[in-house]
Design a protein around this ligand. Structure first.
Ligand SMILES: Cc1cc2nc3c(=O)[nH]c(=O)nc-3n(C[C@H](O)[C@H](O)[C@H](O)COP(=O)(O)OP(=O)(O)OC[C@H]3O[C@@H](n4cnc5c(N)ncnc54)[C@H](O)[C@@H]3O)c2cc1C
Length: 326
């Protein structure tokens, strides 16, 4: 049976933001093909999560519940998904591109002997020939690729490639995935998980990011940036030179060798807009750039731009926000 599936990532009863994006992508692909996508949820006691996903326009939410799946392991996930994929042979299976999917999806592709397209940023073709766009060469170029083999394609989607807000609401039945996990083994025991570094931030979850670049001029000049972040309830991010200079910790870096983010609002302050930075943030819904060089490449992706000295613009912006809030 042909179909479009999306396998959801979740933790502590919450869906990963990339899962909502994958649902939106699967819905869009399904709509082009005149069908409905199915969401796949693996875990234990995930009824509430299944109900939340069932409020989307999907063919169904298919759930596999087992103690084996209580904590994510690549062995458990492959054991649950491989028989279902082999039996039903969907055309596409979409996953958010995360550390987790990077670990188990290649193994799943090998177990099922099917194609894998990692880190796609677009799926084109509607009902005709399907092509995928994906970044290559550290994100300097996009390659358009076509699969040479027919059959199922596993596709991981880069964060921000599809907007979670574009997902369509609906009402889907929840039903079992229908796999027998009695004899399956995880291959590893998860003894526990821990947050690394007390102040480690996951910028991919932030709705608003205030990011600073080398144009800031030094760690001692972060005051106005911190105030803007406080006023907007934002996380602070940075370009690589800021991190390399030790002005902010490594977990704040955005870009090809840092985090990929897709906030609703992104401030790029004193950031030139080098490609290695852009690949990490161009999925933001609204980008506001402040740069004293009118020719800076960041203005090519910015929705709003201010040509000026950030040390003059920021205090004025903070003051305006404070006044607006009374
Ligand atoms: C393999 C590799 C991986 C990389 N990974 C990353 C990555 O993950 N993330 C990343 O960001 N970079 C990365 N880089 C580095 C990247 O190529 C750029 O060097 C970097 O993004 C530039 O950072 P920037 O914009 O802060 O600094 P610059 O390019 O120096 O730009 C500073 C900007 O600030 C403006 N400015 C200066 N003063 C002011 C002021 N007072 N007010 C307003 N504007 C001002 C300037 O006009 C300029 O446009 C990587 C590079 C390589 C080779």
């Amino acid at each position: 049976m042909a179909g479009i599936w999306t396998v959801l990532q979740h933790r502590d009863g919450k869906l990963h933001r990339g899962s909502w994006e994958a649902i939106a992508a699967a819905q869009s692909l399904a709509q082009e093909r005149g069908t409905k996508a199915d969401a796949i949820l693996l875990g234990q006691d995930v009824g509430a999560l299944a109900a939340e996903v069932a409020a989307c326009d999907l063919g169904s939410v298919r759930v596999a519940e087992s103690p084996l799946l209580a904590a994510y392991t690549p062995g458990g996930y492959v054991a649950a998904l491989a028989p279902a994929l082999t039996a039903e042979r969907p055309d596409f299976v979409l996953f958010p591109h995360t550390y987790q999917s990077c670990e188990y999806v290649p193994r799943l592709a090998q177990a099922c002997d099917v194609a894998l397209v990692p880190e796609a940023i677009a799926i084109d073709g509607g009902a005709g020939e399907t092509t995928f766009k994906r970044p290559i060469l550290e994100g300097k170029m996009h390659a358009r690729v076509r699969l040479r083999r027919a059959g199922t394609a596993l596709v991981t989607l880069q964060s921000g490639a599809y907007s979670a807000d574009a997902r369509v609401a609906g009402s889907a039945p929840v039903r079992p995935l229908g796999v027998d996990l009695a004899a399956a083994a995880a291959g590893r025991d998860v003894l526990g998980t821990e947050q690394i570094g007390g102040d480690t931030v996951d910028l991919s979850k932030a709705d608003v990011i205030v990011a600073v670049g080398r144009g800031l001029g030094g760690a001692d000049k972060l005051g106005a940036v911190e105030e803007l972040a406080r006023l907007l309830g934002a996380e602070i991010g940075a370009s690589r030179p800021v991190i390399d200079s030790g002005w902010l910790p490594r977990d704040r870096q955005i870009g090809s060798s840092g985090q990929t983010v897709a906030p609703k609002l992104y401030f790029a302050l004193g950031i030139s807009g080098a490609i290695q930075h852009l690949v990490g943030m161009k999925g933001a819904s609204v980008i506001v750039a402040v740069n004293k060089d009118a020719g800076a490449p960041i203005f090519k992706v910015a929705h709003f731009g201010v040509v000026g000295d950030l040390h003059e613009v920021l205090p004025a912006l903070n003051q305006a926000i404070r006044e607006l809030r009374g």
